[in-house]
Write a protein that binds this ligand. Structure first.
Ligand SMILES: NC(=O)c1ccc[n+]([C@@H]2O[C@H](COP(=O)([O-])OP(=O)(O)OC[C@H]3O[C@@H](n4cnc5c(N)ncnc54)[C@H](O)[C@@H]3O)[C@@H](O)[C@H]2O)c1
Ligand SMILES: [Zn+2]
Length: 363
């Protein structure tokens, strides 16, 4: 049964195709004038199967780093495009993970006020989350994802073979990221990740179902709130706290793993506020803990964490906006006073919880 579907965006409808042979796909898709922008690791590891269609083309090979995904970092890419005579009726073709995607989306949306682009996501995070939704964000100075807009590709091709070379920590980061959709969705998706998620490291073939489920959850929300004004904001669950962890560890913790810690913090605070009981928090934590062996969290400077939380771009004024939960599928947006009681909870989370195990039944 085909897993293909399309996303009805206000900008344009775009298709998501699961493909078996990227060679055939590139053969039919690539047009004259297309500029291919490819992640360096993917270029090296998959050249054998890409070379048939890409050899002889002047590629732009990117080092995927948060530093390169920045206002300054993208300058050389734009320079190269202009130097090669890239025109408004040419297209960009991105092959890589979320960083390559963000760089290409940002450039595609702004160069000549917009050019078409197509995307071959190669990381689990990009295949199971970021490839749809149209968001582009690049960093500015120390501010993560500060500059951006919405500009979806024309087509997305998901080739699961890319995942065969993806390091375990990136597979886990992808699972961590997809898990926030499953928890926001509700019990059924929770059970899917509980039962299938742990198998992915041993058997990557089970991942297709998780990717499809994750994308379908995201698609349903993106189609009603593409521009993040309302319900889509619930997908920030785990993200405000996760971004703060990424920021203070200087991105040593991959995004999806940071988000998995972020969800646990949100759940912990939800217990403290009497919104969920500790049993539910522990059920969710049992899933999240599976991701933590790969990248254990070192000691966290809570002052720096709170300062990073305040800097989150979603905040307005002094308030810190976060997503908390009243249960699976019952996330909601609220404001946290990090100068008040919440500060103590954050302290105790890092002191007792990350290193010390679960909350006991008394909470
Ligand atoms: N635009 C969005 O909607 C959106 C959503 C979520 C996350 N993001 C952004 O995406 C980024 C994280 O994405 P990511 O985890 O894909 O990061 P990434 O692009 O850096 O990829 C992770 C690592 O895996 C390597 N890699 C990619 N594909 C590979 C493959 N097939 N085989 C071997 N190595 C491979 C990359 O070279 C990199 O070292 C963050 O910057 C985050 O902010 C964007
Ligand atoms: Zn994310």
């Amino acid at each position: 049964m085909s897993r293909d579907f399309s996303v009805k965006s206000k900008i344009h409808e775009y298709a998501v195709n699961f493909v078996g042979d990227i060679g055939v796909c590139l053969e039919t898709e690539l047009q004259e004038g297309d500029q291919v922008i490819i992640d360096r690791n993917v270029h090296e590891l998959h050249w054998k199967r890409l070379s048939q269609n890409l050899a002889g083309r002047d590629l732009i090979v990117l080092d995927a780093s948060e530093e390169k995904k920045s206002y300054r970092g993208i300058e050389p890419v734009i320079d190269k495009l202009i130097g090669r005579g890239f025109r408004k009726d040419h297209r960009l073709v991105a092959i890589g993970g979320g960083i390559t995607q963000d760089i290409v989306t940002f450039i595609a949306s702004s160069i000549y006020r917009g050019v078409d682009w197509i995307f071959f996501p190669t990381s689990l995070l990009a295949q199971g989350d970021s490839c749809i939704g149209g968001k582009a964000s690049i960093n500015f100075g120390t501010y993560k994802n500060l500059l951006g807009n919405f500009f979806p590709p024309k087509k997305i091709f998901i080739d699961l073979k890319f995942l065969e070379t993806l390091p375990n920590r990136e597979i886990i980061s992808g699972l961590g990221e997809m898990t926030h959709f499953f928890f926001v969705s509700g019990e059924e998706a929770f059970e899917l990740v509980r039962d299938q998620g742990c198998k992915v490291l041993q058997d990557r073939s089970v991942v297709a179902e998780l990717i499809e489920c994750s994308l379908r959850i995201k698609q349903a929300t993106v189609e009603v709130d593409e521009f993040d004004q309302n319900v889509r904001q619930l997908f920030n669950y785990g993200h405000s706290f996760g971004h703060a962890i990424e920021s203070i560890t200087k991105f040593a913790v991959p995004h999806g793993i940071a988000v998995s810690y972020g969800m646990d913090i949100a759940n912990y605070i939800s217990v403290k506020m009497g919104l969920i009981d500790v049993e539910l928090r522990n059920r969710l934590r049992a899933i999240l803990e599976r991701y933590w062996n790969e990248v254990p969290l070192g000691p966290i400077d809570v002052d720096a964490f709170v300062a990073a939380l305040r800097k989150d771009k979603k905040n307005v004024g002094k308030e810190v906006k976060v997503i908390l939960t009243r249960g699976l599928g019952k996330m909601f947006k609220t404001t946290l006073d990090v100068d008040g009681e919440a500060r103590g909870w954050i302290d105790s989370y890092f002191q007792d919880e990350v290193y010390g195990g679960k909350l006991d039944a008394a909470g």
